[in-house]
Design a protein around this ligand. Structure first.
Ligand code: BTN
Length: 325
């Protein structure tokens, strides 16, 4: 492990640590420690406080992802569906890592999470802002037998699983914006990005990438988000443990994927519809270069959006929705 990450793990308790103790932990000189602490701040965007004569401190501490805390919190039976929980410090994108795993190994239930993504991907080529240690960045690999057509509605079902997890920590009134934005108070709380490998007509592996804003305290990163957003701590009105939230997410998501495999989106349809943020509202849907305007009229049991337009009802299978004022 990089020295600066060893230092971060020590400093994550929020206590003051002397330069002497830090250098002994990493096995380098006091002068080298200063450089490592600079690097830690540069790479993670965190800021350390130096207290004269005493040492260094990460004010407020930081809860790092920890399998020893996550695994015991999984709902019963879920550990059997979790093939592997891969916890990384910094990677480009959990979806990229999961896709490469999917290419090598066909087993469902591989989960990768990261403290920070340097190239987090959002839908439609957008960047997903992924600062260190504040949010959840999680990707799950799942195999499906009947090709891409059977996956219609999967991202909506995943949205329901995310909402269920949020509900277990006291966040109700979560809303869904078709096809796969999770909103709270009209602002984006979580995003879902599905990517596929394998045979589009037969056995394929899907990477289900989920980003949940938990504590977007890093104002520099937050200012780079190009849409109204919120985070779990604001919605819960309290500081939420990322380890607990991840355990809740996996406890809802893995069984939901099994359910989707058996019964498709139909099993999630009524729950999704109750959370539909768009129904009855005038919306614009962007389909590539085309813009379609109409009144949202709910989703079908396979996850398509009904839109009442000037030329009658249209069913949309993909696209990006924005509200029209
Ligand atoms: C969206 O645009 O709403 C989808 C955002 C998906 C972000 C998550 S974070 C974990 C996973 N890894 C990525 O690079 N993207 C997804």
């Amino acid at each position: 492990m990089n020295s600066y990450l060893i230092l971060l793990k020590i400093l994550s308790d929020g206590e003051i640590h002397s330069g002497q103790k830090l250098s002994a932990s990493v096995g380098v000189s006091r002068a080298a420690i200063w450089k490592q602490l600079q690097k830690l701040q540069e790479v993670t965007g965190l800021s350390l406080t130096s207290i004269k004569g005493k040492g260094y401190c990460l004010v407020g501490g930081l809860e790092l992802l920890d399998r020893k805390l996550i695994l015991p919190l999984l709902a019963s039976g879920v550990a059997g569906q979790l093939h592997e929980l891969d916890i990384r410090d910094q990677i480009d994108s959990t979806n990229t890592v999961a896709l490469s795993w999917a290419l090598k190994n066909a087993r469902s239930g591989y989960v990768v999470v990261a403290e920070q993504q340097s190239a987090g991907r959002g839908r439609r080529g957008r960047n997903w802002v992924s600062p260190f240690g504040c949010n959840l960045y999680c990707s799950v690999v799942w195999g499906f037998q009947n090709g891409a057509a059977a996956l219609e509605g999967l991202s909506l079902a995943v949205g329901v699983a995310v909402a269920r997890a949020l509900k277990t920590i006291g966040i109700s009134q979560v809303e869904m914006k078709w096809p796969n934005d999770v909103l709270w108070g009209g602002r984006k709380l979580a995003g879902i990005l599905l990517e596929m490998s394998g045979d589009a007509a037969g056995h394929c592996q899907v990477v289900i990438g989920i980003g949940i804003n938990v504590s977007m305290t890093d104002s520099l990163s937050a200012s780079a988000i190009d849409q109204p957003w919120t985070d779990v701590n604001s919605a819960a009105g309290a500081k939420v443990s990322r380890n607990q939230l991840l355990a809740r997410l996996l406890s809802e998501l893995l069984p939901a994927l099994l359910e989707f495999e058996k019964n498709g989106f139909e099993a999630f349809h009524s729950e999704w519809s109750e959370m539909d943020a768009m129904v009855g509202r005038l919306v614009t849907v962007r389909l590539g270069e085309q813009l379609i305007i109409g009144k949202a009229a709910g989703v079908s049991t396979n996850g398509s959006l009904a839109l009442d337009t000037d030329i009658g009802r249209q069913w949309l299978h993909g696209g990006e929705v924005s509200l029209r004022l």
